[in-house]
Design a protein around this ligand. Structure first.
Ligand SMILES: [Zn+2]
Length: 199
């Protein structure tokens, strides 16, 4: 069994530390609920399991995801994977935000297996996040793995902390982007990407 630092951190509560589930019982009581009623009896454990899944990206390793799926290829045309659905958790309110991510890069004789890109998105989405940071981290990871001529990432999301509480705006979306290399320096490259993903 692997015992990297990140994995240890994500393991269930060790001895002497209370589990998330036991705290949830107190939280339910604090809300005026009866944690011992039938419907709530196993809710603390279910919540802990869900929360650990939603933050499992902390213990995911970029090298493991890529796992050799890099291929030498004479290719200098833009590669775009659009409409990658993702679900993440806002670090300010611990509420979900979700949407679509569009990822593009300009290869420098090296391409990555296309299915790996959504897995890289999930790796960063399954953490406590800010949309801005999530967008930047996905771009940074593609840059790190492929060393391409450029990377472009656009992220469109809706935040439950805005929809269900606070300003209660159900239809407002937030768009963030991160452009590296040629996508930042070259307007034509950036425009090509943006026109491909806005279709
Ligand atoms: Zn929030």
């Amino acid at each position: 069994m692997k015992t990297s630092k990140a994995l240890v951190r994500m393991m269930p509560a060790s001895e002497g530390r209370e589990s998330i589930a036991s705290h949830m019982k107190d939280i339910l009581a604090e809300l005026g609920e009866d944690p011992s009623r039938e419907g709530l009896l196993r809710t603390p454990e279910r919540y802990e399991k869900a929360l650990r899944y939603l933050t499992s990206g902390y213990s995911t390793d970029l090298g493991q995801i890529v796992n050799g799926a890099l291929f030498t290829q004479e290719c200098d045309e833009m590669v775009v994977v659009k409409d990658i659905e993702f679900f993440s958790t806002c670090e300010h309110h611990l509420l979900p935000f979700s949407g679509k991510m569009h990822v593009a890069y300009l290869p420098k004789n090296k391409v990555i297996g296309l299915s790996k890109i959504p897995r890289i998105v999930d790796m960063f989405a399954r953490r406590l996040q800010l949309q801005e940071r999530l967008t930047r981290q996905v771009a940074g990871a593609i840059q790190q793995v492929l060393d391409p001529r450029g990377v472009g990432v656009v992220c469109e999301a809706r935040h439950f902390c805005m929809m269900m509480r606070g300003v209660e705006k159900q239809h407002s979306g937030t768009i963030t982007s991160s452009m590296l290399g040629a996508f930042r320096q070259n307007k034509d490259t950036r425009d090509e990407f943006l026109s491909l993903v806005s279709r």
